[in-house]
Design a protein around this ligand. Structure first.
Ligand SMILES: Nc1ncnc2c1ncn2[C@@H]1O[C@H](COP(=O)(O)OP(=O)(O)OP(=O)(O)O)[C@@H](O)[C@H]1O
Ligand SMILES: [Mg+2]
Length: 299
């Protein structure tokens, strides 16, 4: 992947105690043409002064959040405050909507994904996404769904390598035992919870550094939700996870950090009110708006 090379003063990679804070944006300075993350290297993601617009209308304003490596960050806030828009801007999916634009920066391991030479397709591979409704290719087989993203990479895999990748990825997504005897059956025949884990597997098969999840459990029953939450715990050993959720208990259970967005009135842009360690956001929020939201008095 080639990236624009603006560099910034990012916190030390892996600094899990550094809160994802609404910090003042550092001054950009010129960097080198170094490639993004070497394999296994920490890959912090951060947005700096990121605003998201639809046809000129600002719906998210000036969001600066850092997502420390190997952590889970929950994005919470009332409906319409721009959570989905924001995370779609973190992997350049926002711009798929005609008229949708952004200002500000999103840095993946110090490289601006909105840089002039950045490749959106390569970025979406490094920063995968899972949506509210499971969206496997229903007529494709389970195995072909896992490999769907891989098919677009330049790496050519042998049949044996593909078979091994399907198994290891499905194991990684906690789905192997349930589907190992139906790898060649259509994915549309799986349950909703299984389909969602298949979508996670599809995203994981291309070895992303970051997985963005937009309300991944909202269409699932409690048992399937539990499985996804268990999976998120496992995933953060390997990658960085950002999850949008309306479920406060879920945010408290799965996340290390929480960012609270809100919107003052209809038509105004959503903004980050407060971001920090989840236990602080839920236990001792600094802003009264956060307190009102997490205690269920608003939103
Ligand atoms: N494709 C679009 N075109 C124009 N405006 C949009 C589009 N998608 C979202 N918006 C607007 O952007 C704002 C933020 O929407 P968004 O879906 O990001 O909110 P959200 O916080 O994810 O809400 P929810 O919790 O209901 O999912 C809303 O005012 C919404 O109407
Ligand atoms: Mg949403």
């Amino acid at each position: 992947m080639t990236d624009e090379t603006d560099m910034s003063d990012v916190p030390a990679p892996g600094a899990a105690d550094s809160a994802p804070v609404a910090a003042p944006a550092p001054q950009p300075r010129r960097g080198t043409d170094a490639p993004p993350a070497a394999d296994g290297a920490p890959v912090p993601l951060r947005s700096e002064g990121l605003s998201c617009l639809f046809s000129g209308r600002v719906v998210v304003e000036d969001a600066t959040i850092a997502f420390p490596t190997n952590t889970v960050t929950a994005i919470i806030g009332p409906s319409g405050c721009g959570k989905s828009t924001y995370i779609r801007a973190l992997n350049r999916m926002h711009e798929a909507v005609p008229g949708a634009t952004t200002t500000g920066r999103v840095l993946l391991h110090d490289h601006d994904i909105y840089g002039r030479r950045a490749d959106p397709v390569a970025i979406r591979r490094r920063i995968g996404m899972v949506f509210q409704r499971p969206n496997p290719f229903p007529t494709k087989s389970v195995a072909d769904n896992v490999l769907a993203g891989v098919a677009f990479t330049r790496t050519r895999l042998s049949r044996a390598e593909r078979t091994a990748l399907v198994e290891s990825t499905l194991r990684g997504a906690g789905l192997w035992d349930e589907v190992k005897n139906r790898l060649h059956s259509p994915a549309g025949g799986l349950s909703g919870g299984q389909q969602q884990r298949l979508c996670i597997a599809r995203a994981l098969a291309v070895e992303p550094a970051v997985l963005l999840m937009d309300e991944p459990c909202s269409a699932l029953d409690p048992q399937s939700t539990q499985r996804i939450e268990d999976l998120i715990h496992e995933l953060k050993q390997r990658i960085t996870v950002v999850i949008v959720t309306h479920n406060m208990q879920q945010a408290a259970r799965v996340s290390d950090f929480t960012a609270f967005f809100t919107i003052r009135t209809e038509g105004e842009p959503g903004k980050v009110v407060e971001a920090g360690p989840t236990r602080q956001i839920f236990g001792a929020p600094k802003d009264p708006q956060t307190e009102a939201y997490v205690s269920g008095r608003f939103g």
